[in-house]
Design a protein around this ligand. Sequence first.
Ligand SMILES: Cc1cc2nc3c(=O)[nH]c(=O)nc-3n(C[C@H](O)[C@H](O)[C@H](O)COP(=O)(O)OP(=O)(O)OC[C@H]3O[C@@H](n4cnc5c(N)ncnc54)[C@H](O)[C@@H]3O)c2cc1C
Length: 418
Amino acid sequence: MAGVTQSILVVGGGMAGMTAALEAAEAGYDVFLVERNPYLGGRVAQLNKYFPKLCPPYCGLEINFKRLRQNPRVRFFTLAEVESVSGQAGDFDVRVRLSPRYVNEKCTACGQCAEACSMEVINSFDYGLSKIKAAYMPHEMAFPARFVLDPALVKSGEAQKVKDACPFGAIELDQTAKTMELKVGAIVWAAGWDPYDVRKLDMYGSGRYANLVTNVQMERLAALNGPTGGKILRPSDKEAPKTIAFIQCAGSRDQNHLGFCSGICCLASLKQATYVRDQYPDARILFCFIDIRATDRLEDFAARVQSEAGIEFFKGKVAQITEGPDKGLVLKVENTATEQLTELKVDMAVLATGMQPNTSKTKPPVNAALDEYGFIPAQSGVPGFFGAGAVRIPAGVTEAVADGTAAALKAIQTIARR
Ligand SMILES: Cc1cc2nc3c(=O)[nH]c(=O)nc-3n(C[C@H](O)[C@H](O)[C@H](O)COP(=O)(O)OP(=O)(O)OC[C@H]3O[C@@H](n4cnc5c(N)ncnc54)[C@H](O)[C@@H]3O)c2cc1C
């Protein structure tokens, strides 16, 4: 074992990364978990409910946060990103950049800084559907439960007023970015996914239509802690939609955009159609699809939603969307059974955009082989470096958790075999 570093680095604090970190730690290994957001949980934290049980995301996340609180072997760092990696399996040198939070551990999450702050910034947690104070808690259930200051606030004339409002001395305006050097024996890269960029979908208006939202935005519109307090409303006029369409494969399975199927979009949209039906039993809900992809146990979920009343299924590919004068939407759909073009007029529509692996845009700082879509394959080509979760396969939470566990085992084998 001489010369082999007995600790593991996990990059990304979503479901896959947290699982990898916890499984390795619970097997007795020291783990550094590095997350670039100011909170852990990844994109699951932004969901309203998750299939197949349709429970709130905090069912699963809280269990992991509790395991993290109880396990001193995992040291986690938020607002942290890996800058460079050198060395080899069993002996990697990693440099991590820690961005300032401007709030220290004395923060009690009392919110007095936010009350004193008038500056607002775009709320990325709501995928741009709302604004948030520039002194903010990322969301109510955030872990760690600590406020953050936006760098724009820190540079502004308002910063001192916000600092003075904190009764606990928790605000440090002079914090700066730091680097941290780590020695690890294996690396799990679990940096997750980004929604495919709708601005690239010119046939659907390139993101210009107010009432054409994406599936990730729909999760926020339906969430109690979202921009509308959980009421699904048209963004343009805050009215309840009377007709709404779900548009499947928005850019997916298309060589001009995402050439692959993300595997979860059909299920996510079926789930979201139930959100609408539960809020508006009289609304007309259209589901435009090529085919419905649901495998294993999830086929039961898809079959159940399809068998229930209230959702019309239209087997057709939406070729084009334009905006009407009332900010309604006109969908040109090719009926794949009859090959005829049909026009559908709706108040609002949801684009099922796919999950693009984060690694397709930001390559990991090792010479890993990526596949044609930017996923890290099972054999990354770099011994001791393993992908996990949505950077390896587009998948649901159950698969991301299983994949995180598998990656933890691979990481342990790297340092335990020698
Ligand atoms: C609309 C929609 C609805 C969905 N609904 C469901 C559902 O109901 N049920 C279900 O099972 N699945 C659902 N999913 C899928 C689910 O979101 C994924 O399975 C899950 O997010 C995968 O977890 P992950 O940890 O691999 O990635 P992520 O959740 O993306 O987590 C990755 C983490 O890594 C961090 N990160 C990224 N880059 C870096 C970096 N360079 N350094 C440090 N940290 C970094 C990110 O900030 C993030 O916290 C849905 C997906 C979509 C698109």
